[in-house]
Design a protein around this ligand. Structure first.
Ligand code: UDP
Ligand code: MG
Length: 314
């Protein structure tokens, strides 16, 4: 990438959009006005993630009026992580900022991010201090998930930090070289490393439209994060197996001794059935965990593209 000193750096925003017709005007209004205060060399890459509403025609229209608003359109709904991947592939900026279309990632923060970037940081995180306007379940589950994954993952995935962050071109190039199909972007960003600083903000409620993630999608996303960034579950099942086997050996010794001393007695159905059921349960859970990894290996080996483009602006 050419980042010679004699030209002003280009700033790219990357916005995945799935059925965002309602909030789009407000989104462009506030982001463009913030961008204009920073530089006139900016672009917004909007990725239409197979929307079924007027998102795509509205993007075409916006692009015709303002060519710095560019768009990609995917052939169907591939999910936010794939849409972001597409956007990062096409963004040309020296700094790239993934940002949600619903104004939950406040554009005002962009100016501060750029300031930190100019100081030399390659990554500027935006960490959520408070989440207003999100239900208790979303807040609680997100908190639990971030806490868990920041403990168990093999790369430090920062707590309460979404995809909203500034990435230097160098970091974007690293992310683009990561070939995996299961794209847990927060994890991939963390994997890349580089000098990182952090800003804090209060996360507001969605400006318009409805959240696109239901419970099932959140659960899948959480599993992707865990299973792509740690093999701890495999180790847990191995350790559990070892502990239970040792318990079983000790118990067997005790039974043998007792039989030698006191002779055989038949009662013992309760302990027997408990042990059988417990072991069966542990085995199924362990198989399930192995299954999660094998499923992921299977998906990776198929080498399917991460997204399919249907249309794009120049
Ligand atoms: N999104 C997407 N594809 C999807 C789901 C969501 O591109 O399948 C986009 C959505 O348009 C928004 C961003 O991802 O710009 C975040 O979505 P949402 O606000 O529903 O998620 P949350 O704020 O609850 O994390
Ligand atoms: Mg949102």
């Amino acid at each position: 990438m050419d980042t010679t000193l004699n030209r002003t750096p280009l700033l790219s925003l990357v916005t995945p959009m799935y059925n965002e017709e309602q909030g789009m005007e407000a989104f462009f209004r506030s982001t463009v006005s913030v961008l204009e205060t920073i530089t006139d060399r900016w672009e917004i890459i909007c990725v239409d993630d197979g929307s079924r509403d007027a998102t795509l025609p509205m993007l075409r229209h916006r692009h015709a009026e303002e060519p710095r608003i560019r768009y990609l359109s995917l052939s169907r709904n591939f999910g936010k992580e794939a849409a972001l991947t597409a956007g990062l592939d096409y963004a040309a900026g020296d700094a790239v900022i993934p940002i949600d279309a619903d104004l939950q990632d406040p554009p005002e923060l962009i100016a501060m991010m750029v300031q930190e970037w100019r100081k030399g940081f390659k990554v500027v995180l935006a960490t959520r201090r408070r989440r207003t306007g999100e239900g208790w379940f979303k807040r609680l589950s997100a908190k639990g998930f971030y806490r868990l994954i920041s403990r168990v993952a093999t790369v430090p995935i920062p707590e309460n930090t979404g995809d909203f962050r500034l990435l230097d071109r160098q970091v974007v190039e690293v992310i683009r070289r990561l070939p995996e199909r299961t794209r847990f972007m927060k994890g991939l960003f963390a994997w890349a490393g580089f000098s990182t600083t952090r800003l804090y903000y209060d996360r507001p409620a969605r400006a318009a439209g409805a959240a696109k993630y239901n419970l099932q999608a959140m659960w899948r996303h959480a599993k992707d994060g865990i299973f792509s960034f740690t093999t701890l579950p495999l180790r847990i099942s191995a350790y559990l197996g070892a502990i239970i086997s040792m318990g079983a050996i000790a118990y067997a010794g005790y039974i043998i001794l007792r039989t030698l001393v006191r002779g055989a007695d038949l009662p013992g159905y309760a302990s027997l059935i408990t042990a059988v059921l417990f072991m069966g349960g542990i085995q199924l859970v362990s198989l399930g965990i192995i299954g999660e990894y094998i499923g992921r290996i299977y998906r990776e080996t198929k080498q399917r593209p991460i997204y399919v483009l249907k249309e794009q602006s120049l």
